[in-house]
Design a binder for this molecule. Structure first.
Ligand code: LLP
Length: 420
């Protein structure tokens, strides 16, 4: 459920008409609903009420300061994967003790910064990374609390580019050799083993792969405890999918996911951490764009809009489906459009043969479910400016990232002295 509904024939974000924002900020822009964010956060925290539980929002899905702060105000922790994300989380007011640091390879500088801040946990993905953290922490006179990210060799049955829990993927420690690395870690200076971590992929629309993976982790935790390790934290990662295509997809509800988690791992007595990203922000955001032209090709009718692949890369990168709707519903007959951007690549296509009501130059469309992995993956390709982000709360809205000027972009380049 979200808060982008038609009222009097046009889309409102909570209490604000999209057209009013478009008039003020121009198009294209991202627009987020606070109410949707809050709702999604609360669903998870309600399921785990009474458990030792921490939701660590995966910042990579949307790291705008206003989004992080909205979640921080609800009590959220953070899952970060770089020093930059760690700085963003801290700046938005998330306490270091609520931050876990994931990622396949952290540099010495990143480790030192995180140790300095005193984060909750490093999720370690290889033996070289373990040894490096031990050296850095010991050298600083600190002790790093760690979990190993275990690769359970489970097929997440999602897009190949976002599947991470198979043995051929670069992520984690093979679950079959986990005990050996825990034994090594226990003997290292600057390291305190406290947990187990996993993340098998993103946009999972079925609970079965989670269940299989979590089942393997339960067995592993029992073995590790028998080996003498104190395992008090279980970080289950993120990955629960959202319905991009409302008509075709019915991913499990957070409530069902939460009940499953409690059933499979609840008895272990661990602090349970989850790292959802997409589920919190995906359906809390839309991308609003304007029709530049309609172009009648020999075989197709192209709706050329002012957003492009550099603003939202998911359709071209993952063949991702995003619902597209007219901001003002004319109620007229539908016809099939290829919805494309102006960038010079055929891949700059948001949808093929998509049924939409009659649209003309200047009309607005909304690309739905664009709150996650939208703005954060955007670029200035074709020297297009990054697009603004707007956050709505009730009848108020604010520009939480303005549109840069062309000078801002071009001014980043510096002439060498021999060309000046
Ligand atoms: N934890 C870890 C360690 C992760 O690598 C990820 C996502 C998450 C949590 C959050 O997963 P989520 O709950 O959002 O599924 N750009 C792609 C998705 C990449 C996901 C990468 N890791 C997309 O647009 O679909």
């Amino acid at each position: 459920m979200d808060h982008f509904d038609y009222q009097q024939g046009e889309i409102y974000v909570e209490g604000v008409p999209v057209t009013a924002i478009a008039e003020q900020v121009g198009t294209p822009f991202y627009c987020y609903s606070t109410e949707t964010l809050v709702r999604h956060y609360n669903v998870f925290s309600d399921v785990f009420r009474g458990h030792d539980f921490l939701l660590c929002y995966a910042l990579k899905a949307n790291s705008n300061q206003a989004i992080i702060k909205s979640l921080a105000n609800l009590g959220s922790g953070a899952d970060v994967v770089s020093e930059g994300e760690l700085r963003r989380a801290l700046k938005a007011g998330i306490a270091a003790e609520k931050i876990v640091y994931s990622g396949v390879a952290k540099t010495q500088e990143e480790m030192a910064f995180a140790l300095e801040k005193g984060i909750l946990q490093f999720n370690i993905e290889s033996e070289p990374e373990l040894h490096q953290l031990s050296r850095v922490a010991d050298g600083m006179g600190k002790v790093a609390a760690i979990a190993f990210r275990i690769n359970p060799d489970v097929d997440a049955r999602t897009h190949a580019k976002i599947s991470t829990g198979k043995s051929e993927n670069k992520f984690g420690i093979p679950w079959t050799s986990a005990r050996a690395i825990y034994a090594k870690a226990a003997a290292l200076p600057g390291i305190r083993v406290q947990g187990v971590d996993l993340h098998i992929g993103s946009q999972l629309t079925d609970l079965a792969p989670f269940e299989e993976a979590f089942g393997r982790i339960v067995t592993l935790i029992e073995e590790l405890r028998a080996d003498g390790h104190e395992i008090s934290v279980l970080d289950l990662g993120g990955g629960l999918g959202i319905p991009y295509d409302q008509a075709a997809e019915k991913p499990p509800l957070p409530l069902e996911y939460g009940e499953m988690v409690k059933r499979i791992v609840g008895h272990l007595g661990c602090k349970i951490i989850i790292e959802p990203g997409r589920l919190l922000v995906g359906n809390a955001g839309i991308l609003v764009s304007k029709v530049i032209f309609l172009k009648y090709g020999e075989k197709r009718k192209f709706l050329i809009i002012d957003a492009a692949m550099n603003d939202l890369i998911r359709p071209s990168m993952y063949e991702a489906y995003h619902e597209i709707v007219a901001v003002k519903d004319t109620g007229g007959p539908l016809s099939a459009y290829d919805v494309v951007g102006p960038v010079c690549e055929t891949g700059d296509t948001f949808a093929v043969r998509r049924d939409l009501p009659g649209l003309e130059t200047g009309d607005l469309v909304a690309i739905r479910s664009a709150g996650a992995y939208g703005a954060v993956m955007s670029s200035t390709y074709n020297t297009r400016r990054l697009i603004p982000e707007i956050l709505v709360k009730g009848t108020e809205y604010a520009i939480v990232r303005p549109r840069p000027s062309y000078d801002d972009i071009i001014g980043l380049d510096k002439m060498p002295k021999w060309l000046d």
